[in-house]
Design a protein around this ligand. Structure first.
Ligand SMILES: O=C(O)c1ccccc1NCC(=O)[C@H](O)[C@H](O)COP(=O)(O)O
Length: 243
């Protein structure tokens, strides 16, 4: 049996929510930094505030960042890791490794929504198992430590790369989990109602979720977070006894 399932709660917008998810047993929290298309995005000052001396490791999420600002943030609060929502240039990854050797480098990859309007078209070559494995191998050679497989979905006519509340093709993710050379976290549409199924189907190294444990956009619901975490820990316990 592998080492359990880590839980990252993303889109944290207040110190209160950060502390609550930590108290309830989350392993990581995520802060979205300067991402214009996220309703949960934080400014430099608020991101530093959330990521300074946290009770659990914090991950900063960026999309095509302003590298000077990102550097300021990293110097200012030394988060546990960065999660790139868009591809990061190889030279940038190399200098991050040099300047912040302890910093974990995570990369999001986006799969089409399962059964979405564009699923059949998009699932073709770019999202096939072989090309995804090749991509993950390339990311590993560039210094990425972990891959988050999230959902891209068209919602209200706009293409959204995260926080969609939509699931992707979990059987494809399952195959990647067993064959990829990096740890894989599952994201996209996970909530207390489907987390057990997600874990039994995919058996990922971790899960990453946002809207499924909120009461409204940007506000975490402690009861939903607690319900989800209880189910993850019960599933881990059951797996341990299977081994
Ligand atoms: O959550 C957002 O607002 C968001 C917007 C744009 C890009 C990424 C975003 N979130 C990143 C995450 O890590 C989420 O946990 C992940 O996308 C899953 O979200 P959800 O389907 O709501 O659980």
């Amino acid at each position: 049996m592998k080492g359990g399932c880590k839980v990252k709660i993303c889109g944290i917008t207040s110190v209160g929510d950060r502390n609550t998810v930590a108290d309830l047993g989350a392993d990581f929290f995520g802060v979205i930094f300067d991402v214009s298309f996220s309703p949960r995005s934080q400014t430099l000052d608020s991101a530093i505030n959330l990521l300074t001396d946290p009770p659990i490791p914090g991950i900063v999420l960026v999309y095509d960042p302003d590298w000077k600002d990102l550097n300021r943030l990293l110097q200012g609060c030394r988060p546990y890791g960065i999660q790139f929502l868009s591809p990061a240039p190889q030279a940038r990854l190399a200098s991050l490794k040099k300047d912040f050797p302890e910093l974990a480098l995570w990369q999001s990859l986006h799969l089409p929504e399962a059964h979405g309007a564009h699923h059949e078209v998009q699932i073709s070559a770019r999202f096939g198992l072989a090309s995804l494995l090749a991509k993950i191998n390339e990311l590993r050679s560039q210094g990425i430590d972990l891959v988050v497989l999230d959902t891209v979905a068209v919602i209200a006519g706009r293409t959204r790369y995260g926080g969609t509340g939509r699931v992707s093709d979990w059987s494809l993710v399952r195959n990647l989990v067993t064959q990829a050379p990096l740890p894989i976290y599952l994201a996209g549409g996970i909530n207390p109602g489907n987390v057990r199924e997600a874990l039994s189907t995919v058996n990922p190294a971790g899960i990453d979720l946002c809207s499924g444990v909120e009461s409204s956009i940007g506000y975490k619901d402690p009861l939903k977070v607690r319900d989800l975490l209880i189910q993850v820990r019960q599933w881990e316990e059951a797996e341990l006894h299977k081994a």
